[in-house]
Design a protein around this ligand. Structure first.
Ligand code: NAD
Ligand code: TYD
Length: 415
């Protein structure tokens, strides 16, 4: 199968490329990425040495470039990760979000549509080559925000509402989590289902909604073969340190304040990035055409608790067993004195404008139809993530220095 993965040098796109190469022998991937500040060729450095992967540096808004990719490769699946993805940046400067996230998606679909069309049916709808699909990686932020009816959270099973909304029985839910130490928590009685109307609040979420709806419009209007995935907040390796979790890890290691917006009681549903990649693969291979699928972590938590757990986990991982000193291997990584790695680092700062209170995905449709299960409990995922950052400081330094452009020239020059 031939994939076009846009945004494949970014956080989730790169993890997806890695996941797919490991899982499928018979796969070719063209990565198209503009290498904005968020894209880093070093992230897929190893993968670029694989003959199944090729890389094109460029903009999804560049129609001629996208045309060329389709002319030179018999693309079966487009997986569109390319986007401006940071809410705070969208508040400062929405324009580029609308351009990349909406117009870029339109251009990708127009080119794919032209290349995949073989004829027209009697009603005038295009007929496409078999097996083609455009997958739009959307977000739960398109649904807007939810109430925090249960401020301190409650066990999913005790709450019971999720079962009412989504058609997973209590028994099915218990079975889903039978291997977990603790039952996931919920912070409210309503959840995002695929049927919920889209109601975005931030410029970022609105740009993603524009794209999401355009994809649906192409399916209705041209019978264009699509799926949409709407996922909750991801975390894991290669996450650019402007988002909450990697920023907190970086600041802890440097002994800097940990900026928590407002009271820190906003709730997000955190999903380990590899579980997202699995979900996308399931939708590509089993999703019914024209459908949207939620992918969520069953893992709601308040920001403040995420930050505290991150502090606790960093301490646990770096401290030498029994001794009050940093493990030798992390001596150069942990620049903060050990006794200062505690909750005093937390600093409440001015809240984000229009800060969404709670996101909570109901992934029942994806669980039932495709067998999706968010395998990684947060305590396991955060440990893996922090360990990765501790062991990959070069990557962090590279992405924050801007030196990856030089890396690109060296790497791409050879290909
Ligand atoms: P990211 O910002 O880490 O990566 C985005 C990538 O897209 C970068 O490599 C960047 O260089 C590239 N890019 C940006 N503009 C481009 C353009 N015009 N042409 C080509 N490439 C371009 O983002 P991410 O966190 O990996 O998110 C990937 C996708 O998943 C996005 O569409 C995002 O909306 C969606 N999503 C993210 C999350 C999350 O928690 N991070 C959750 C749900 C959905
Ligand atoms: P973020 O990682 O930016 O993802 P999103 O806004 O797409 O959910 O932020 C996650 C949550 O953490 C969000 O409620 C905003 C909050 N936050 C902070 O409190 N401090 C920070 O420095 C950042 C970046 C985010």
């Amino acid at each position: 199968m031939n994939y076009l993965v846009t945004g494949g040098a970014g956080f989730i796109g790169a993890n997806f490329v890695k996941y797919m190469l490991k899982k499928y022998e018979d796969i070719n991937i063209v990565v198209l990425d503009k290498l904005t500040y968020a894209g880093n060729l070093g992230t897929i450095g190893e993968e670029l040495k694989d003959s199944r992967v090729s890389f094109v540096k460029g903009d999804i808004c560049n129609k001629e470039l996208v045309e060329n990719i389709f002319m030179n490769n018999d693309i079966d699946y487009v997986v569109n990760f390319a986007a401006e993805s940071h809410v705070d940046r969208s508040i400062e400067d929405p324009g580029i979000f609308l351009k990349t996230n909406i117009l870029g998606t339109q251009i990708l679909m127009d080119v794919a549509k032209a290349h995949w069309t073989i004829s027209k049916d009697e009603k005038g709808y295009p007929v496409y080559k078999d097996g083609k699909k455009f997958l739009q990686v959307s977000t739960d932020e398109v649904y807007g925000t939810l109430e925090r009816d249960i401020p301190e959270g409650q066990s999913l099973v005790d709450n019971g509402q999720l079962t009412v909304e989504n058609g997973l029985s209590l028994e099915e839910l218990k079975d889903l989590f039978k291997n977990r130490e603790a039952m996931p928590k919920v912070f409210g009685n309503k959840f995002f289902t695929e049927e919920k109307g889209l109601d975005p609040r931030s410029p970022y979420a609105t740009s993603k909604t524009g794209a999401d709806m355009l994809v649906r419009a192409y399916n209705e209007t041209y019978h264009f073969p699509v799926n949409v995935t709407r996922c909750s907040n991801n975390y894991g390796p290669y996450h650019f340190p402007e988002k909450l979790i990697p920023l907190i890890i970086k600041n802890i290691l440097e002994g800097k304040n940990l900026p928590v917006y407002g009271d820190g009681k906003q709730v997000r549903d955190w999903l380990y990035v590899e579980d997202h990649c699995k979900g996308i693969d399931m939708v590509i291979n089993g999703g019914r055409l024209g459908e949207a699928y939620n992918i969520g972590g069953f893992n709601e938590e308040q920001n403040i608790n995420i930050v505290k757990l991150t502090i606790d986990t960093v301490r646990k991982l770096v401290v030498d067993n029994g001794e009050l000193k940093v493990k030798d291997q992390y001596k150069n990584v942990v620049k903060c004195p050990l006794e200062k790695i505690n909750y005093d680092l937390i600093t409440h700062v001015q809240d984000r404008l229009g800060h969404d209170a709670r996101y909570a995905i109901d992934p029942a449709k994806t669980v039932k139809e495709l067998g999706f299960y968010p395998e990684t409990p947060f305590t396991v995922g955060i440990e893996k993530t922090i360990k990765w950052y501790l062991d990959n400081q070069e990557w962090v330094n590279e992405v924050v220095s801007g030196d990856y452009q030089k890396y690109y020239n060296e790497m791409y020059g050879k290909k």
